[in-house]
Design a protein around this ligand. Structure first.
Ligand code: FAD
Length: 462
């Protein structure tokens, strides 16, 4: 649906003509994201550069009944930033990208939503502090997108995920007014915990215009290990053994044989291509001696559970190689076929062997190639289906396989998504995980904060 020239002029009056995009070539860039879904063109895209401009733009769009999709870097894997309704405006946060404060005394930082995650983490490190959430997309994802999807990462097991670092924020509501929640203080009980509500809100409740993040002191020592297994169940038993042995590694990652083969072909990192699975493990802490002891305990558990070989990184280069292998899992799989369908089924940790076995059965049943990797310590697996979307017959099998993967995850008392979100891609399964009453409850909440249901219409709860 085309937008009226008069309304375009109004937006230009608020933020300047150079921040308003109306040409198809520009709009096309905002019609898709990292999900494997059909692109939908917005009617308009705008890039405010100040909080004040953002407020005015939201009011203008809302008053004119324009569906609003806010977009960070568009790396989400659930179609969260694909505009769903005709006449949508996409609000870009990439020019709201200032780090406003890093407070070394009180251990917090204040940022605009378009700051790139890795750039923020590096700025914090330069001040001798630590911001742990580290999604695989951190070199391009934004902090606003991380909050809206409650992004996790490799360090989730010990350090938690994005929600665990939000101290407060300012949110632009549907009237273009600024709503404040949280504080720079460690404790805060003055209002509802709206920051918690905003984590994983997927752009459906309002737009964060700045965020206060907690920072922590960095660990002083760390040890990285790679444990090989000839049986996936032995790898899973090691995960359970490490956790029940009360060792909390900062990272505990799983790669199955398919992933190992693709990563090794790609990176030549010296991975054991015959292993049924590997665990990549890192322990860290404030005292080198304790870290050594934890590393020794982890190796003992893995050996007892049947690890055929354990390598401990002796140098920074060896450690880098171990994590490079993990970081390359998705890119290596993605290079294998034209389309990569990356899923996010998450189960209680004890159910990892059952989930991995089920995914392998599903791969056989539907004659598909699936590589599974993920955050084993969190029960968060990423079964990754390698296919070609243009092949309709194959893609129908992929869709049936994804249905079954979710069925199994839910049967194992798991969840549809550990970190990638619901968006458009998974909205149809929400009732299966919850029930209609839950969805209606969430929709009532949403309507209270967005009476015309214009914020990211058609996503998450439908
Ligand atoms: C290669 C790759 C690896 C990945 N690895 C991980 C991983 O390890 N862990 C993980 O959790 N995810 C991962 N992801 C998924 C994705 O990167 C994350 O969900 C990330 O948080 C999205 O950030 P973004 O800036 O790209 O947000 P976008 O994709 O632009 O937006 C995501 C959501 O946030 C909303 N949003 C954005 N800004 C705001 C704002 N200011 N106010 C309100 N809502 C807003 C959008 O409307 C949308 O609903 C990965 C993706 C890729 C492609």
């Amino acid at each position: 649906m085309p937008i009226s020239p008069a309304l375009i002029k109004e937006f230009q009056g608020v933020i300047g003509a150079e921040q308003v995009f109306t040409e198809d070539a520009d709009l096309q860039c905002y019609s898709y994201d990292a999900a494997v879904l059909t692109p939908v063109m917005p009617a308009l895209a705008i890039a405010p550069t100040t909080q004040e401009q953002l407020c005015k733009c939201v009011k203008l769009a809302y008053d004119n009944d324009m569906p609003i999709t806010v977009r960070g870097s568009g790396t989400n894997l659930s179609g969260s930033t694909i505009p769903q309704k005709a006449g949508s405006v996409v609000i870009l946060t990439n020019r709201l990208n200032r780090i406003l404060e890093i407070n070394e005394e009180d251990l917090y930082a204040v940022v605009e939503p378009g700051v790139i995650t890795a750039q923020f983490a590096a700025a914090v490190t330069a001040k001798g502090l630590f911001y742990p959430p580290d999604p695989g997309s951190q070199s391009i994802s934004t902090l606003g997108g991380n909050v809206a999807h409650n992004a996790g990462g490799l360090r989730g097991l010990k350090y938690g995920v994005t929600k665990d670092y939000i101290m407060g924020m300012e949110i632009v509501d549907f009237n273009g007014e600024l709503v404040k929640t949280g504080s720079r203080t460690v404790k805060y009980v003055t209002g509802y915990n709206m920051a918690a509500l905003m984590a994983a809100s997927e752009g459906t409740l309002g737009i964060f215009s700045n965020i206060i993040f907690k920072l922590v002191p960095p660990p002083k020592a760390s040890k990285a290990m790679l444990a090989e297994f000839d049986d996936v169940n032995k790898a899973s038993a090691s995960v359970a053994g490490i956790i029940s042995g009360h060792i909390v590694p900062c990272t505990l990652e799983f790669l199955d044989n398919n992933c190992i083969k693709y990563v090794e072909a790609d990176t030549k990192a010296g991975l054991p291509v015959d292993a049924a699975a590997i665990l990549l493990i890192e322990v860290d802490g404030g005292h080198p001696q304790l870290v050594e002891e934890d590393a020794a305990k982890v190796m003992e558990v893995c050996r007892k559970c049947g690890s055929t070989n354990i390598r401990i990184a002796q140098t920074a280069e060896e450690k880098f190689k171990i994590w490079e292998a993990r970081r390359n899992a998705l890119p290596a799989l993605a290079r294998a076929r034209p389309t990569t369908v990356l899923e996010d089924a998450t189960v209680p940790r004890s159910q990892i062997p059952a989930m991995v076995a089920a995914v392998n059965e599903i791969a056989k049943k539907y004659k598909l190639e699936i590589g599974t990797f993920g955050h084993a310590g969190d029960g968060n697996l990423h079964p990754t289906i390698l296919c070609d979307r243009r092949d309709k017959e194959e893609f129908a099998r992929v869709e049936a396989a994804v249905d079954e993967i979710f069925d199994v995850a839910l049967k194992l008392k798991g969840t549809l998504s550990g970190e990638h979100g619901i968006g458009l891609a998974k909205a149809k399964w929400m009732e299966k995980e919850t029930n209609r009453a839950t969805i209606d409850f969430n929709l009532r909440l949403r309507r209270a904060l967005d009476p015309k249901m214009l914020f990211n219409a058609g996503k998450k709860f439908v």
